[in-house]
Design a protein around this ligand. Structure first.
Ligand SMILES: NC(=O)c1ccc[n+]([C@@H]2O[C@H](COP(=O)([O-])OP(=O)(O)OC[C@H]3O[C@@H](n4cnc5c(N)ncnc54)[C@H](O)[C@@H]3O)[C@@H](O)[C@H]2O)c1
Length: 255
């Protein structure tokens, strides 16, 4: 399928995991794409994996929590792309911990990257997305925002905020042709899940997690490709009647 021929796409968090999977899938479908991340070595891996599509790819280093960095990265992206049809906000962090022990710094960092970063990127890209007449914003929420997730209070709150933010902009700009959709994954193999398993707080009680993974694949974590294929549909013309909604991709974890 080549649903992205002539489509201009900007993906954050594209140096690892889900964002990288989405970037590679959309490149494979013909997109001209800017892959952005704070992690330069991660972006180099993405570029190496792009293979023949590398001439349609630019990588840009960005800290989505820093307004100046977001402005610079967006103008570099728009210069390469010549406009924008799709923004995918996949950059994010997860710092598990007991709520009564959580340093304010970790709470603030989680909200600033996951929620404020999604806002800053979207705000910066909106003029170009609106100019295209059919712009799409795809945001990464999480099942942690929809089902109680112990030790993840800051993360869950940030992802609930992302969901509400997405609904708000979906209505605000619907009459101008913009669509905005929340993607809601459960546990997916990625940098976040590898690190958070190592970071579990002392006394961690796994029985508190009803289900982190789905029933499919024998209960194993999903993969970035499981998310990328759905995002490719949602942000293409195949998803043209979808906005202000969630797509849960969790192997049935929340059913
Ligand atoms: N993996 C899961 O189980 C899961 C489940 C639900 C939602 N999500 C969401 O999916 C998105 C992608 O995460 P992932 O699982 O692929 O993890 P990941 O760690 O593999 O990828 C996240 C990427 O975001 C980048 N990043 C972090 N802070 C940044 C910043 N300030 N500016 C720019 N880039 C930054 C990281 O460098 C990394 O490359 C996140 O928003 C995450 O919350 C993941």
């Amino acid at each position: 399928m080549r649903r992205y021929e002539g489509r201009r796409v900007f993906v954050t968090g594209a140096g690892s995991g889900i964002g990288q999977g989405i970037a590679l899938r959309l490149l494979d479908e013909g997109a001209q794409l800017v892959a952005a991340d704070i992690d330069q070595p991660g972006l180099e891996i993405t570029a190496a994996k792009a293979g023949d599509a590398a001439d349609r790819l630019r990588t840009v280093q960005v800290n989505i929590a820093d307004p100046d960095s977001v402005r610079t990265a967006t103008s570099e992206a728009l210069e390469f792309l010549g406009g924008l049809d799709v923004l995918v906000n996949a950059a994010g962090i997860l710092r598990p911990g007991r709520t009564h022990e959580m340093p304010l710094e970790i709470w603030n960092q989680t909200i600033t990257v996951n929620l404020t970063g999604t806002f800053l990127m979207t705000q910066s890209a909106l003029p170009a997305l609106l100019e295209s007449g059919h712009g799409v914003v795809v945001n990464l929420s999480s099942t942690a925002a929809y089902q109680a997730a112990p030790y993840l209070a800051a993360y869950a709150a940030s992802k609930g905020g992302v969901a509400a933010f997405t609904h708000s902009i979906a209505l605000e700009y619907a009459k101008q042709g913009l669509r905005a959709v929340n993607i809601v994954p459960a546990g997916i193999t990625s940098g976040i899940t590898t690190k958070s398993i190592l970071d579990q707080p002392e006394g961690f009680d796994p029985s508190l997690f009803a289900r982190l993974t789905g029933w499919l694949n024998g209960g194993a974590l999903g993969t970035p490709d499981d998310i990328a294929g759905v995002v490719a549909m949602v942000a293409s013309d195949d998803g043209r009647y979808m906005t202000g909604t969630e797509i849960r991709i969790d192997g049935g974890a929340l059913m």
